[in-house]
Design a protein around this ligand. Structure first.
Ligand SMILES: [Zn+2]
Length: 469
């Protein structure tokens, strides 16, 4: 019986606190709108009146996935009746489709009256396409080209990959990830940020949990690996907290993504082709060298992906999936890499590499002796968004030569180098049995904050294969 009066009193007290504030404020909001003009800008507009001249107006924008909000000063003329607007220029501050957030305004007039609008949700949309969507609580999959079956196949691959990687790594996806499939090169270019390299085939915006991938409807086999690969990167970023995948050796990031390209995991044929002779000739890359960015030479980059897969597979086989998950957990707290490996697996990074080499039938790698008190100096370092691919020759022809866009899109390229066009447009003669997989991801994904680059690597050959199919 006692609780009811207290409850009522509380309500009354709140009303007494709130009501006068509203009643006293002469600032009146007459319009408050958000207009999505992707890919040019996002326009926020506010109309307001007051008994005195409104002198200060600010717009606050909070993007989901970003810890802090940003404050922007709109254009307006101080008056008792104002129209304020702010255009978020997407050419200067690019945001991918799917980004969500909240915005609100604060106002103050010359009499010292203040007001703040409610926080309103908004979403960045690519309205130029008629998107189809399939979704679960964990991810939303969008596509517009290729028909229902094309989308469903990719969605099913994404679902299988996501279920496997989240279960195996004991990861909960805190908010819905989003995948946008662009089925045409020009559409993809139009949607991406202006700084996109001409060889970029996709990009993961990890902080927002969003990935955009260019998959032509006739490139289903590429897509069936590309989608779960990128999704695995996004999941891993979610798992690792604030640092995201920058906390990991790069080979672990790519190792996980390549491992979960299929369920159950299978090594892509491009990787296998690269790994086999490297093992036979004892030409494996030292794992230390692929803790950071991968090699720029295409054959070495593919080998780096192959080794990343192989090492991941080895850890799971030798130590168990649970240990692998524990290893990932270990990277949530930045420390020396060696300490994390030793703590979870009982061996340091070099020791793990030699166990893996032994499993492949190789002798231990000769490693410079160092004091055990001096751990390998590989503390957390940022992978940043640096592409793993080489900087191409600064000539137009050089840049274009590195762009094995799908044959159908070649005509749209501004100045395609003739030699490239010839290579890309020539269907594979297929003198050998068609491989089961086409994986331009062999060496083309720059990691979670990086790019999938349809360039320099197996992409050209892969696209030719697609065309041949
Ligand atoms: Zn990747």
């Amino acid at each position: 019986m006692k609780r009811i009066p207290i409850f009522i009193l509380t309500i009354l007290a709140l009303l007494a606190f709130i009501a006068p504030t509203h009643a006293q404020s002469p600032i009146n909001i007459t319009a408050n709108t958000f207009t999505n003009n992707f890919r040019q800008n996002l326009t926020f507009r506010l109309d307001a009146t007051s008994s005195a001249k409104i002198t200060d107006v600010a717009l606050f924008i909070q993007l989901d996935g970003i810890a802090s909000s940003s404050r922007w000063v709109p254009e307006f003329t101080a008056d008792s009746k104002i129209q304020a607007s702010y255009a978020w220029n997407l050419n200067q501050k690019y945001l991918p489709p799917g980004v969500t957030g909240k915005f609100w305004w604060t106002l103050e007039d010359s009499a010292g009256n203040k007001a703040q609008t409610d926080k309103e949700p908004f979403r960045v949309e690519d309205a130029s396409k008629k998107w189809s969507k399939l979704s679960t609580d964990q991810f939303a999959f969008y596509w517009y080209a290729g028909g229902d079956n094309f989308g469903k196949r990719l969605y099913d691959a994404a679902t299988a990959g996501l279920n496997a990687v989240t279960a195996d790594t004991n990861t909960r996806v805190p908010r819905q990830l989003q995948i946008f499939i662009y089925g045409n090169r020009q559409d993809f270019v139009n949607a991406m940020d202006p700084g996109m390299r001409d060889w970029t085939g996709g990009r993961a915006f990890s902080e927002y949990g969003i990935t955009l991938i260019h998959i032509e409807p006739n490139a289903l086999n590429f897509g069936l690996r590309a989608v779960p690969h990128e999704l695995a990167h996004l999941v891993l970023h979610q798992k690792l907290g604030d640092l995201g995948v920058s906390a990991l050796p790069h080979w672990m990031n790519e190792g996980l993504a390549t491992y979960y390209e299929t369920v159950p995991p299978t090594m892509d044929e491009d990787y296998a082709r690269a790994l086999k002779p490297a093992v036979q000739n004892d030409k494996l890359l030292p794992m230390r060298t692929i803790m950071g960015n991968f090699p720029t030479a295409s054959d070495q980059a593919i080998l780096a992906y192959a080794q990343s897969y192989s090492m991941t597979d080895f850890i799971v086989r030798k130590y168990s999936r649970a240990k692998y998950a524990a290893l990932l957990d270990g990277f949530k707290n930045p420390r020396y890499f060696d300490d994390i490996f030793r703590e979870v697996l009982g061996v340091d990074h070099d020791g793990l590499e030699n166990e893996w080499r032994k499993d492949l039938g190789l002798q231990p790698r000769a490693i410079a002796t160092r004091s055990t008190a001096q751990p390998t100096a590989f503390p957390t370092f940022s992978l940043s968004s640096d592409p793993v691919l080489p900087t191409r020759a600064p000539t137009t022809a050089g840049a274009q030569a590195a762009t094995p866009v799908p044959p159908t899109s070649v005509a749209q390229a501004a100045t395609p180098a003739p030699t490239t066009v010839a290579q890309v447009a020539t269907p594979a003669p297929a003198p050998t049995p068609k491989p089961a997989s086409n994986n331009p991801l062999a060496g083309i994904c720059g990691g979670l904050t990086g790019f999938i680059a349809l360039g320099l690597f197996g992409a050209m050959r892969a696209w030719s294969r697609f065309r041949g199919e």
